[in-house]
Design a protein around this ligand. Sequence first.
Ligand SMILES: *Cc1c(COP(=O)(O)O)cnc(C)c1O
Length: 411
Amino acid sequence: MLDSQLLKIAEDFGSPVYVYDAEKIEFQYHRLTNAFKNVKKLKLNYAVKALSNISILKLFKSLGSGIDTVSIQEVQLGLAAGFLPEQIIFTPNGVSLSEIEEAAKLGVKINIDNLSILEQFGTKHPNVPVCIRINPHVMAGGNANISVGHIDSKFGISIHQIPHILRIVENTKMHINGIHMHTGSDILDIEVFLYASEILFETAKQFKGLDFIDFGSGFKVPYKAGDIETNIEELGEKLSARFNDFCKEYGKDLTLAFEPGKFLVSESGSFLTHVNAVKQTTSTVFAQVDSGFNHLIRPMLYGSHHDIVNISNPNGRERFYTVVGYICETDTFGNNRRINEITEGDVLCFRNAGAYCFSMASNYNSRFKPAEVLWYNNEAKLIRKRETFEDILKNQVEVDFSPKKKVAVSK
Ligand SMILES: *Cc1c(COP(=O)(O)O)cnc(C)c1O
């Protein structure tokens, strides 16, 4: 969609506002399915936590996607969006046995990443099929914060513990229907991914009744010029061929599953803010916008880069700005950025704001969470209202501290 259309949305819906381009989401979905067209059975399960608005979930449902969920609430959200239980996979980490049992009762696919829980679940519910999350100990990315395959990760069951898994399966007679890995959100290198996949295939051979192998996600999308992007087409070609060979060896056409979040929604999103003030200090020109890390925390949390564009003045002279928020705390969105000349009241657009942006928003400083708009069929549709003061007070319980009359106590 065009920046002029974004500008119109900022005028019509106010700011701050998140805007998602449905066409871009569809494009990414089809790009991924197309890359794996040579696989007989492919299943994409969109990772809900990236962007969990119910209209976005319904869009994925219309595309034929399933969903990957990490909490019982996300499971319920998926059901509310109309997904059938069998289209939902529950891949939590560190949740209680009872939460997993609750999901199993709803009929969704269960993914377990802990030996203790596996044993307890298998003992109590030997008839419920379970997928197991393996940690192949492959550190795919450079950023230790988001690479989860390394040896000390809290995610997955170590490949070195496969004998223990097999013993649990034999003792409980439980049925393992899938093998899963998710090596983190930072896969730079196809070769690393293929290497981890080999470990998954080796593991899969040990389980006779599989229906699917889930390769997780971790596809990299470019956030700025020059960023590395996972070459999905090349990965599709190489992994498909290898997967098809494995299926022959295994003696069954398994389903190849992925659960991408960022790849599917990141680039569809724009975050629009108005500039409250331009502030010149001795060394810096600050552009202060009507938002902060309460609405978009990735730059402060991960040091992530989001391109920032002045869509009100696209042809203005370029100058250097440090873009900051209005939170009473350091909340820098971008340091020393080259941006077309900014005047107070201009609309700044943060690119790639589809994944892990609204879904991580908070009410810090007692600010309202932003509105969300979906751009669909050349029309802007409101998919979440901006919060109001009632939302801030909702669930708060007031204690009455007014002086009480003394009550006579009988002796
Ligand atoms: C977060 C998550 C994903 C999605 O990761 P992206 O990097 O956004 O694609 C997939 N699977 C699991 C288990 C996750 O926790």
